[in-house]
Write a protein of this length. Structure first.
Length: 188
C-alpha cells in the first residue's frame, strides 16, 4: 500500500511578505520554490568574505550613484514563489520601500556548505532570469575561487572561473576587483 504525503500549496510572495512582517528583525527568511526558509546565522568566515566584497565593490558602485548592500531580497514580477536573499546586491535608483529589489545589476553569493545546492542551482537560475542583472558572482569560502557569470546586452550568460592573481571584471561598474582581495584576513 502506498502512502501519499500531503503537501501545502506553494507560498506566494505576497503571503510570504505578510508572514515575515510579524517575525523578529534578527530572523532572515527567504522564499525558495514556495517554501519559506529560515536562514541560519552565517559563519564569521562567510561574513568576512561578504565584508571584503562590499569593501571592494562599494566604491565602484558609489562612483556611478549606485549602492552595494548586503541582505536585500530580490523579486521578479514574473516569478511568484521565489524571494531569495543573496549576500550582496548592487543596485541604482531610489531607495527601496520594502527591502526587495527588482533591479540589481550585480549579485553575489558566498557559498556555505548548507546552501551550496540552492546557491548554485535554483537561486542561480532565478538570478539569471532578472532582466537588469549583468553579473552574478559565486564566491567559494573554502578555496580561493570565484565563478563570474556575466552577460552583455543579449540573453546568453558566459562563465569564467577565477583564482588569486586574477581580477573580476565589472564593466557595468566601470572597474574590476582582485580575487585575492575577497580573501583578505581568511586563512586558506
Amino acid at each position: 500500500m502506498a502512502l501519499a504525503l500531503r503537501r501545502n500549496p506553494p507560498m506566494r510572495v505576497a503571503d510570504f511578505l505578510a508572514m515575515i512582517r510579524a517575525r523578529p528583525d534578527e530572523e532572515r527568511w527567504e522564499l525558495l520554490d514556495g517554501e519559506p526558509v529560515l536562514m541560519a546565522p552565517p559563519t564569521e568566515r562567510h561574513q568576512q568574505i561578504v565584508s571584503n566584497l562590499i569593501r571592494q565593490i562599494a566604491p565602484l558602485a558609489e562612483k556611478l550613484g549606485c549602492r552595494a548592500l548586503p541582505g536585500l531580497g530580490l523579486r521578479n514580477d514574473f516569478v511568484d514563489d521565489f524571494a531569495p536573499l543573496p549576500d550582496l546586491v548592487v543596485r541604482c535608483g531610489p531607495l527601496l520601500p520594502d527591502g526587495y529589489a527588482r533591479d540589481p545589476i550585480v549579485v553575489a553569493e558566498v557559498l556555505s556548505p548548507s546552501t551550496l545546492n540552492n546557491d548554485r542551482g535554483r537561486k542561480a537560475e532565478f538570478y539569471q532570469g532578472l532582466q537588469t542583472l549583468r553579473t552574478f558572482l559565486i564566491v567559494y569560502q573554502d578555496e580561493p575561487r570565484v565563478e563570474v557569470w556575466s552577460r552583455g546586452n543579449g540573453p546568453d550568460w558566459s562563465l569564467r572561473v577565477l583564482r588569486p592573481g586574477d581580477v573580476i571584471p565589472l564593466p557595468d561598474l566601470a572597474g574590476e576587483i582582485p580575487v585575492a582581495a575577497l580573501y583578505a584576513g581568511i586563512p586558506l
